[in-house]
Design a protein around this ligand. Structure first.
Ligand SMILES: *[C@@H]1O[C@H](CO)[C@@H](O)[C@H](O)[C@H]1NC(C)=O
Ligand SMILES: *[C@@H]1O[C@H](CO)[C@@H](O)[C@H](O)[C@H]1NC(C)=O
Ligand SMILES: *[C@@H]1O[C@H](CO)[C@@H](O)[C@H](O)[C@H]1NC(C)=O
Ligand SMILES: *[C@@H]1O[C@H](CO)[C@@H](O)[C@H](O)[C@H]1NC(C)=O
Ligand SMILES: *[C@@H]1O[C@H](CO)[C@@H](O)[C@H](O)[C@H]1NC(C)=O
Length: 492
């Protein structure tokens, strides 16, 4: 090869490299964000940093597994992730502070969320060497059609009067078909009401003053409420439509007067949606972080000993939505040993309709059943990731009696996996009262093997599994049974 040709080749290579480099540079800011900024001039953005949280997890995972005390374990875990994040976020945070930008920092995902960022700010952040991506914050409208339909049959008059007595429901019977089907009364007779257990909920907020809920709120002093954007001090329900998704879901788990499965369990809540019912992914992530290691309502003074035992999640990513960040940090959620339950989805019937993250192997996905030993036709079907059985279990789907927004004495019936999931969260609370040291994997095993048989929708196979076999991809292992589950828990 002559020198000239060699030079030319080198020159071409260099040129290609330079072009590639500039493309890489410009790809830090997503095209979607660029387009949106051209139109709107400002945007809600999420900045992802290059050092990823799993690098931090890997440094401490062996150590974490040897620590018995839950608070200490979560403390070590969150500190390592936080240090990792703060190192990479420092310049960005200092700059945001100096510009008085409205932002919050996430150590769980090593991201920073900024509301109302200008084009200049986006470009400045995008040029920082430690920044991996700058994107528009994802929002999604949670598909709650089923839920809204059922809520139109509001029955405010179950208890239009304040109920007397806030003691344990010694004389109170569980209300409704699905409490019967779960055999909750028999579990209560054994003395299991969920006492000593805290259930966290990530949703559209809660009417914290509701007559059937206020007594078992852990309290704002005990880090019971978090709203990353507006840092409100006390639980609020944001929906202007009055469906009260969060309040309904929480009630099915812990409300008094025979409504909730675990009326002696305490609750804490985190706000993930705005008043238009729009969910923000960065708020969902801030809530998962809050559940791992709670802070005061302003986001300071974290104390991981206040983490809930269980987190009930009546939300899911709409089909086709990018769940990669949540998927990425799932190993961190697993190491927390907190019990996470997720709604399987109301996207059925049909194979492959189970939604993320219930579709992941590490979480319990709950589908919606009927009281006639069947599946609600809209309940999502598996298979989940890598062909695993999903949903894992089902529970009550329709006419679930619960608390609602409107007043402190408003009740409703509602339906969907949104209600089935907190009912199972309540069952897990009964189980943990008997033995708080059960791991999420153990709880899942017990729930699955103590179910009641139900028949699937039809004889089709799905994911290679005939639906007349148990488990299958419609009903999982079947309908949860609180009494059998509690009985099968080994005493600690
Ligand atoms: C950035 O790092 C410096 C030095 O460690 C520290 O004093 C400062 O508080 C950090 N800033 C933020 C916003 O974390
Ligand atoms: C919900 O209600 C709307 C309006 O009444 C109706 O068009 C829709 O079919 C209903 N959806 C379901 C799943 O029942
Ligand atoms: C925060 O408050 C503003 C103004 O009251 C409101 O428009 C917005 O929806 C709230 N944000 C969330 C996430 O609730
Ligand atoms: C953290 O919370 C636990 C449990 O509520 C409490 O006992 C402890 O005193 C708290 N620690 C601090 C430093 O406030
Ligand atoms: C439960 O389901 C299994 C598997 O389909 C079936 O063999 C068994 O007979 C069923 N039991 C009852 C009580 O229906």
């Amino acid at each position: 090869m002559s020198t000239r040709i060699l030079f030319r080749t080198l020159f071409t290579t260099l040129l290609v490299l330079i072009i590639l480099a500039s493309q890489v540079q410009s790809q830090v800011i997503s095209n979607k964000l660029k387009e949106s900024l051209e139109k709107n001039r400002i945007g809600n953005i999420i900045v992802t940093f290059k050092t990823r949280p799993l690098e931090a997890l890997n440094r401490v995972v062996e150590k974490i597994r040897t620590i018995k005390n839950r608070g200490e374990r979560l403390h070590l875990l969150s500190n390592e992730l936080e240090n990792n994040a703060f190192k990479s976020q420092n310049t960005t945070l200092e700059m945001l502070q100096s510009k008085r930008a409205k932002y919050f920092s996430l150590w769980l995902t090593n991201q920073v969320s900024v509301r109302g960022a200008s084009i200049d700010l986006v470009n400045t952040i995008g040029s920082l060497p430690e920044v991996l991506r700058v994107e528009e914050c994802k929002t999604f409208v949670f598909p709650q059609e089923k839920f809204q339909n059922s809520s139109t049959t509001l029955i405010e008059d179950i208890f239009s009067e304040p109920q007397e007595g806030h003691d344990l429901p010694v004389d109170v019977e569980p209300i409704g078909l699905y409490m019967d089907k779960l055999e909750v009364a028999k579990a209560w007779k054994l003395g299991f009401f969920g006492s000593g257990i805290v259930i966290g909920i990530i949703d559209t907020g809660v009417v914290g003053t509701h007559d059937a809920l206020r007594d078992n709120y852990v309290g704002t002093k005990n880090y019971g409420w978090f709203d990353a954007v507006n840092t409100t001090k006390y639980p609020i329900a944001v929906e202007k439509y009055g469906f009260g998704h969060g309040t309904c879901c929480l009630g099915a788990a812990v409300a008094q007067y025979g409504i909730g499965v675990a009326p002696a369990a305490k609750w804490m809540a985190c706000l993930a949606a705005d008043e238009d019912g729009i969910w923000y992914e960065d708020l969902v992530l801030s809530c998962l972080q809050f559940m791992l290691c709670p802070t005061d309502y302003q986001g300071n003074n974290k104390n991981c000993s206040k983490a809930p035992n269980i987190v009930t999640n009546s939300w899911y990513y709409p089909s086709g939505e990018d769940d990669s960040v949540l998927r990425e940090i799932t190993p961190v959620l697993v190491e927390s040993q907190i019990h996470f339950l997720f709604c399987a989805g109301n996207e059925g019937p049909g194979c492959g309709t189970v939604a993320a993250p219930g579709s992941y192997k590490d979480f319990i996905a709950v589908g919606a059943g009927t009281h006639e030993d069947n599946l609600q036709d809209y309940s999502s079907w598996g298979p989940g990731d890598d062909g695993i059985i999903k949903p894992d279990v089902i529970a009550g789907g329709k006419w679930v009696h619960t608390t609602c927004t409107g007043s402190d004495y408003t009740y409703t019936t509602a339906e969907g996996c949104s209600l089935a999931t907190p009912m199972v969260a309540g069952v897990v609370a009964l189980m943990l009262q008997k033995n708080p040291s059960l791991s999420p994997a153990e709880v899942k095993q017990i729930l699955m093997k103590t179910t009641t048989n139900v028949t699937a929708l039809n004889e089709d196979e799905c994911g290679g599994v005939p639906v007349n076999k148990i488990p299958n991809h419609q009903i999982g292992y079947g309908f949860v049974n609180a009494f059998n589950a509690v009985n099968s828990v080994p005493v600690s």
